[in-house]
Design a protein around this ligand. Sequence first.
Ligand code: C2E
Ligand code: MG
Ligand code: MG
Ligand code: MG
Length: 289
Amino acid sequence: KAKDLGKNGWRLFEASMDAAFRNRQLMKADLRSAVEANALRIVYQPIVAMETMRIVSCEALCRWDHPDLGPISPAIFIPLAEEMGIISQVSELVLKAACAECAKWPSHISVSVNLSAKDFRDSDVVAKVRAALDGAKLAPNRLEIEVTETALLDDKAQTRELIQEIKKLGVRIALDDFGTGYSSLSYLHKLPLDKVKIDRSFLIDVVQSPRSLELLKGIVSLSRSLGLSVTIEGVETFEQLKILSQQIEPDLAQGFLFGSALSASGIETMSSTIWPFANDIAAPRKRPN
Ligand code: C2E
Ligand code: MG
Ligand code: MG
Ligand code: MG
């Protein structure tokens, strides 16, 4: 009897594995079509200067609306695209769209684009960045590339060279999700970085926990001492913003408090906004009146 149950259990397991596998295969086929049809959407999340509480930049984030399944998270489809070997096509689409939109925004707004570790396996990545800038006639200093620590771990020498070349174009380089990877600290001075984006996990209990606050302070001051500009990701509440403003003073902040990602025209609309809570933040420094 036990054996039969076991068998049944195994069959169920097999059946669901099979379904999951088929779903994945179907999803891959659909993703390929979506990329070929240029059907991925790009949205832009505002990035705000702490000193002025105005938008100075935004992050291009890729969206896929599946015809039957609805919106699929990039956390799912980006790894899928990497696995399928089509991530460089996705990156190319995002680079082109982001540069074209940015060229239409007021010139104080720049844009940042995420590249994947796999993009640096492909030495064409530099040409793709240059082509996107040229195609849009966008000044290189208005584009920033975000790379994660994983990308840097993958194939250090080649990746580092390619990043150097992109930087030589005049494009800025940011280390994304800082603190979530491995030997984070050792990378900070070895790479041609301009900026560190500190992962939102460091901000989560900064309001309640003095120890978390000290940790965040330490990371920010270390980054600063290496000459890097600092962005804090995941600012969701006014309390967090207040602590940032009073005790951390990062250069830039990004998070749902300022807004989630919006259309390119939404960024245009936001370009002259000063957030209403700007004046409520204690110790305003060089904020204009
Ligand atoms: P990321 O590059 O770290 O992007 C920031 C993610 O955090 C975005 O999720 C954004 O919506 C989310 N976020 C922003 N503010 C907040 C906040 O206040 N609270 C919380 N809980 N989350 C916040 P999204 O758009 O789902 O993207 C997830 C990840 O997918 C990105 O993380 C990035 O690694 C990847 N990704 C997205 N678009 C692209 C792309 O075009 N190319 C590549 N290679 N990766 C992409
Ligand atoms: Mg990013
Ligand atoms: Mg990030
Ligand atoms: Mg992230």
